[in-house]
Design a protein around this ligand. Structure first.
Ligand code: CDP
Ligand code: CDP
Length: 227
């Protein structure tokens, strides 16, 4: 039987990581795990509980609530994994700009990361997995056979995310999206706990001028090399 490898995809916000990860998983018949959705799920829970307000993030209270948070993925009718929070499908809610604006402040909490990394390792411990996020190649699966670091021009990334939100009927401005991406990129790369880094063994994929199909084809060549 062909060897099933672990594929770690990291990179900046809205640069096409999950589009690529999903396509690779489909093509290879691997499991896809969207680690960012899990940070967004914890953030949504904390917001609903009133633990995030104008005054900031109540880190202690969020840590105390972790044992009450159950996250799971299940496939929708198109075979695309969607996040459930304590049994409720929250796929749409976690993508809102309100969650995006505070998720990086929640993701920097050490205990939140430990809580989620443990679950992520379990989901991928048998290989045959594609996981995307910020610390997959550096922390979650440092021995992944293939690590991709995806990047794209910030203006292009903002436009892509803006188009996506508009298509969903989310009434957000391009300026707001740009500001959110800039803020998250800065926070994610500068935090103390497992910041976003490009590991030495990662292959950089700049997809500013690539279509989703082209980025998939390039990546599949790399997968074949590593198998
Ligand atoms: O899809 P997008 O690039 O907008 O972000 P995401 O992958 O959904 O991740 C949302 C946020 O979760 C990021 O901005 C990070 O703050 C955090 N995150 C993280 O810290 N570590 C990961 N492995 C994945 C996401
Ligand atoms: O997961 P991440 O936040 O890195 O990005 P994404 O959600 O995969 O991609 C953001 C948007 O860019 C989606 O609407 C993709 O369809 C689009 N995209 C694109 O136009 N061209 C690419 N090469 C990759 C993604």
């Amino acid at each position: 039987m062909e060897k099933e490898i672990t594929i770690a995809i990291d990179g900046w916000s809205s640069c096409g990581k999950s589009t690529l990860a999903k396509a690779l998983a489909k093509e290879l018949n691997y499991v896809y795990v969207d680690s960012g959705a899990m940070y967004r799920g914890v953030t949504l829970y904390a917001k609903r509980k009133g633990l995030i307000s104008e005054d900031g993030v109540d880190e202690r209270a969020i840590i105390d609530e972790l044992s009450n948070i159950d996250l799971s993925f299940s496939n929708n009718e198109n075979g695309v994994a969607e996040l459930s929070l304590n049994g409720e499908n929250v796929e749409n809610q976690i993508r809102s700009i309100e969650v995006s604006n505070v998720v990086s402040a929640v993701a920097k909490i050490k205990e939140v990361r430990q809580f989620l990394v443990k679950q992520q390792r379990k989901m991928g411990n048998n290989g045959g997995v594609v996981m995307d996020g910020r610390d997959i190649g550096s922390v979650v699966f440092p021995n992944a056979e293939l690590k991709l670091f995806v990047t794209a021009d910030p203006e292009i990334r903002a436009q892509r995310r803006f188009d996506e939100l508009q298509a969903k009927g989310d009434n957000v401005s391009l300026e707001e999206v740009k500001a959110n991406l800039k803020l998250r990129d800065e926070m994610d790369a500068s935090r103390e706990e497992s910041p976003l880094i490009q590991t030495e063994d990662a292959v950089v994929l700049d997809n500013s001028n690539l279509t989703p199909k082209q980025q998939l084809e390039k990546s599949l060549l790399l997968v074949e090399e590593r198998k």
